[in-house]
Design a protein around this ligand. Sequence first.
Ligand code: ADP
Length: 637
Amino acid sequence: MAKKQFKAESKRLLDLMINSIYTHREIFLREIISNASDAIDKLSYKALTDDKVGLSREDFKITLTPDPIARTLTISDNGIGMTKEELEQNLGTIARSGSLQFKKDMDEEKKADVDIIGQFGVGFYSAFMVSDAVTVTSRAYGSDEAWCWESTGADGYTITPAEKDTVGTDVVLHIKADTEEDKYGEFLEQYRLDDLVKKYSDYIHYPIQMLMHKSRRKESPDGAEKDSKVEWEDYDEWETLNSMVPLWQRPKSEVKAEEYNTFYKEHYGDWEDPTATIHLSAEGQVEYKAMLYIPSHAPYDFYTREYQKGLQLYSSGVLIMDKCADLVGDHFRFVKGVVDSADLPLNISREMLQHTRVLQVIAGSLEKKIRAELLRLEKDEREKYEKFWKAFGMQLKYGVVSDYGAHKDALQDLLLFPSSKNGKYTTLGEYVERMAEGQEYIYYACGESAEQLARLPQAERILDKGYEILFLTEEPDQFVVDALGAFREKAFKSVSDDDALPQTEEEKAQSEKKAEENKDVLSFVKETLGDKIKEARVSKILKSGAVCMTADGPVTLEMEKYFRRADPENAGAMKAQRVLELNPDAPVFAALKEAVGSDPEKAKTYAELLYDQALLIAGLPIEDPARYTELVCSLMK
Ligand code: ADP
């Protein structure tokens, strides 16, 4: 029959596996066993609510059958099995994100043998590292037909009808012939297989059994010891190779960091160790064990709709839900892991599950633990935390803003912002502790980059006073600050606010005087610019800069920019009421003033130019760039 071709992505990974000179090719067994265990999980979950399955927990198992003569290793499971379509879908295509990422890294690094193969699950295709042909015979639950998928590697695969009495899957690996360097035959030896299971799959919670060939001393018929020579006999016995204690059920003190990391990488398809692991054993009103991971980087689909949050939920070791979303809040949706509680009824429907108090209690306590762990990282392992922040900080910011600020108290201590202090990240707590004598507010400036913000004309006065400024450079920042309102009773204040620096009575009188003196200039500017601005005013916040743009009313310039990006078609709908602030002490102002009196046409040009400059500094587009250039050129004549 005609061979079908693998999808391009799959073929590439497959080629890598076939030609792999990878030394840890032994991990193929872990991958195949892990698939078998997942398949059993699925059927075992069905069995909880569906009597027709006819299997109970004790009946599930995975068996290994090496046949050194035929040079095959068969891994069988009585899990959910695959239909013809599923064989095609699952084994003809790479589904997992980890594999795709892996492929991407390989492409980028152009390396044929990278250690990442061993670091995370590469799935089913790893079988080709040790086999020159693979046969998968499977019968899906609920179906009375079986199908056989067969492939010798890169040239494609066939799917043909097959015979199989029971539901489940047999994966038959035709082990490669030994070469000078590579003794593939080791994967047919029972003791080697036993070692591999203990090494990589010990905590799989179904028995992994193998018929072990053993010898024993022959009992003498009359029970008496003969002094003649001892006789031995061979016999076969099924043995369970794994201890079946899941990692999270073991005491924390007995689990090595490496075991946590390996579990994480295998289960969540990551190639990098997690930033942190939280292993909990909770007693009290609800008893549960949990093993949570904070990844080191955001999955490629993290900030998309495709990403699904959730933890695996077990009840006494039985998987009841693969991604239980109710266990983690949206702001912590990056957390991966497992929760196992005997207090959850086994055969509960997913709909009912959401409403159980047990789940809510667990979710509440996980929330606290995750927060505490993040705070610990922030305090004790700052570099790690900053890496975490770069990956997931955006999520925490959205968390502050979402649900009408319901989570802001829990999250505010976790926020980091770049600051004018050494150009580093700071927490709000650190900022407040460093606040100068007499400083009333937490200052911030919004814009594209910290570098630009440090040179903002309206920042000058504040920096000169020795006050620190938070540089808000990300989209939700302005909303975060608005949602928080204040931190430890210190209100946030934009450096662009008219009253950013509280004035003394004397300063106030001064400003008023200057405004009065320059009334004509200000109204000239307002008249020239018309509706473009709400007002032209004498600035209280500029020091050496000539001009800047601020906003009056509820919509700030940053919000205007945000809406402009979010909905370019309706850019005008959410427009800030612009205020052009002029510095009466700047030389340019003197020139303007002079022109207002002597050459109104020139003064108009100046007013327009100052307006455009203020837009540029604020990071807003100039409305008519061609006109702007004309004006600049006219000055050069
Ligand atoms: P992953 O397990 O990460 O999804 P694999 O390449 O290892 O990637 O497997 C692809 C898919 O094939 C699995 O997701 C599963 O749906 C299916 N599969 C593999 N082995 C089995 C099995 N023994 N029983 C049922 N389905 C299986």
